[in-house]
Design a protein around this ligand. Structure first.
Ligand SMILES: [Zn+2]
Length: 449
């Protein structure tokens, strides 16, 4: 190689270096270099993180997604986007208690006039309710000192969300309702500790478990009757979105329990516009409570405001009094478990019975308790629980009878409970057809489980 050629090459490489240098100086002057390098560093970190995660064979895709959704990643992202000087910002805000949409938007320095425009629109459409813990997505654009809203998105319940978008100077508010599909499902499990935890373990939604316990409430005492190894099965409706995520649940179609080697299966059946649950013999699961749990008595004081015979002032009488001679037997007005059988406040000798998760009945002023009537004993409707007397705050022998619905005393004489009737004739025929259909469906659904 000649000297001239070599010096030419050297000269040109010096020239290239010089060109890059001057290019960098220009960049530096315009302060773009910082952003360029920042971005490059950012993407290097980003791809390193991606590669590290991908190479980790055991990590599932979900982990990567959760990294992308993580706060750290968001902080990095936010930092770099801020330095890019874009007027647009994206925010995810989790609603706190006492938040209103106005308050939240003020936090993001949105112009009051903009907030008012939106507030008017969403109030008109009754979409202003937001709930603690839900996530709001907000995109803003910085103009002069304040921010303007480009779009706003927030859910108002499990299936409804609101989207607000700017179109020129107007805001367009739209309500999106998820289309849900009805799905039927059969789930079962063996009870280990208690029904609730075993049902949760089987994937049953809490509201279905509560409903299940209510249906069996007249038959099974969930605190006392259940033993480890007992089983249950429930067939019910779910409503799922297009991603197959359960958004809400419907009715229980069939429910079964094997308690103490005794199986009890209940079928949902509607007849004469009355819904109920019936066993295989067409017998309703709900047993009426007696209006008068005593024979040959006279109703002497009904539920309502009255002048109290001992206290002398007007007071709400929260029960029904039946006058009867001392020693007249008092019956349990429904099947259940004895909650109390003892002297209790002004009631004197007192018995209370829990019938299911909803109803409790109570009996006061007894002269003595029935044989074997003790706290925790399970009894059938009609069992003699005690005898009329005048113990406690009482002016003469009578039974003071109370019905409590969800802990609140109600008028027993106006109580309308569906009777523990057995379906007959046409109703029974329809029930048998329905029952067979349900049995066939359960068998199919069990297979696909
Ligand atoms: Zn009374």
């Amino acid at each position: 190689m000649s000297r001239a050629k070599l010096s030419n090459i050297l000269n040109s490489s010096v020239a290239i270096k010089e060109k890059i240098r001057s290019f960098l100086i220009v960049l530096n002057k315009k302060k773009y270099l910082f952003y360029f390098v920042s971005l490059a560093v950012f993407f290097i970190i980003y791809s390193l993180a991606v590669n590290k995660i991908k190479s980790h064979a055991k990590l599932k895709e979900n982990n990567f997604n959760s990294f992308l959704e993580s706060n750290e990643f968001n902080n990095i992202k936010e930092y770099f986007f801020e330095n890019l000087n874009s007027p647009y910002r994206e925010y995810n805000y989790t609603v706190e208690s006492n938040d209103t949409l106005d308050k939240i938007l003020k936090k993001y320095n949105i112009e009051s006039s903009e907030i008012n425009k939106i507030a008017v629109e969403i109030r008109k459409k009754k979409l202003s309710n937001i709930y603690t813990g839900t996530e709001i997505k907000l995109i803003t654009k910085k103009e002069k000192e304040a921010n303007k809203i480009i779009s706003l998105f927030y859910p108002i319940d499990a299936i409804t969300s609101v989207e607000i978008k700017k179109n020129k100077d107007e805001y367009i508010v739209s309500k999106n309702v998820l289309k849900l599909n009805r799905k039927e499902i059969v789930l079962s499990n063996t009870i280990k500790n208690n029904l609730y935890s075993s049902a949760i373990q089987a994937g049953i939604e809490p509201n279905i478990i509560v409903e299940f316990a209510n249906i069996f409430g007249f038959e099974v005492d969930f605190q006392r009757d259940i033993r480890t190894g007992d089983t249950f099965e429930v067939y019910y409706e779910q409503f799922v979105d297009d991603k197959n995520v359960v958004r809400s649940t419907g009715k229980i179609i069939y429910a079964s329990m094997l308690v103490n080697n005794k199986e009890l299966s209940l079928y949902n059946f509607e007849y004469d516009n009355k819904k109920g649950y019936y066993d295989v013999d067409g017998k309703s699961v709900i047993k009426t409570l007696m209006k008068t749990p005593i024979n040959g008595a006279r109703l002497s004081s009904s539920f309502g405001i009255r002048k109290h015979p001992i206290l002398g002032y007007n007071k709400l009488h929260q029960g029904t009094d039946f006058a009867a001679p001392t020693g007249t037997p008092i019956m349990a007005s429904g099947s259940g478990v004895i909650l109390r059988a003892q002297k209790y406040k002004g009631y004197g000798n007192y018995v209370s019975i829990k019938h299911n998760t909803t109803y409790v009945t109570a009996y006061g002023h007894m002269s003595k308790f029935g044989r074997g009537i003790k706290k925790g004993v399970r009894i059938n409707q009609g069992r003699i629980i005690g005898y009329v007397g005048s113990t406690g705050m009482s002016t003469g022998p009578h039974l003071h009878y109370e019905v409590l619905k969800n802990g609140k005393r109600i008028n027993s004489q106006r109580l309308k409970l569906p009777s523990g009737k057995i379906l007959n004739n046409e109703a029974r025929n329809k029930f048998e057809v329905e029952r067979i259909k349900i049995d066939v469906k359960i068998a199919k659904l069990r297979k696909y489980r």
